[in-house]
Ligand binder design. Structure first.
Ligand code: NAG
Ligand code: NAG
Length: 158
């Protein structure tokens, strides 16, 4: 732990940056649990998200988002957008029995990256856009890193 924050000046600088980003509508939150492996760590990652994309343009398939949990409003979830309103998505891509659903207007289909260990739209169905808090674009700690749209990453390597 000590190696991450060696100096008080650095801690203050980080706090100051967080203050700055809050002013611009960015927020910092903590995502943990196995559902976003391997993108995010099980032990917890501090990520930064913005509300601008959903307000001024639109979320896209592959975006990583933070949303209020449809099952428990006191919690939030970190998931990936798999389907937009009007998209026909496979309810459970790992099941032998393929069933499809069309995402209703104003909703998103969200799943974790780790399909074998994630509670997501496959259980609670399409998520209302009103529950989406913002689009995650970077991890602050540990290993600071830009988190690009997952779809672009696949295209790059494909
Ligand atoms: C999914 O989560 C489990 C832990 O619950 C982990 O063992 C497994 O490696 C994860 N899968 C991926 C692809 O990271
Ligand atoms: C996940 O966390 C563990 C323990 O904190 C660490 O050893 C590992 O490198 C981390 N993995 C990633 C991908 O950040």
């Amino acid at each position: 732990m000590a190696s991450y924050f060696r100096s008080a000046a650095l801690v203050l600088q980080v706090a100051c940056t967080v203050q700055l980003v809050n002013q611009y509508g960015f927020e910092v939150t903590w995502c943990f649990g196995p559902s976003m492996l391997p993108t995010l760590n099980m032990t917890g990652d501090i990520v930064i998200f913005e509300r601008l994309t959903q307000r001024f343009s639109k979320l896209q398939t592959g975006d990583l988002v933070v949303a209020t949990s449809p099952e428990d409003p006191s919690k939030y979830v970190c998931k990936r957008v798999i389907g937009l309103a009007g998209d026909k998505v496979c309810i459970d891509p790992v099941s032998m029995h393929r069933q499809y659903i069309t995402v209703p207007p104003g909703h998103y289909w969200l799943t974790g990256d780790n399909l074998s260990n994630s509670l997501d739209s496959r259980q609670y169905g399409p998520v209302s856009g009103g529950l989406i808090l913002g689009r995650v674009f970077a991890r602050l700690w540990p290993n600071p890193k830009w988190l690009d749209n997952g779809l672009e990453e696949i295209v790059e390597f494909g």
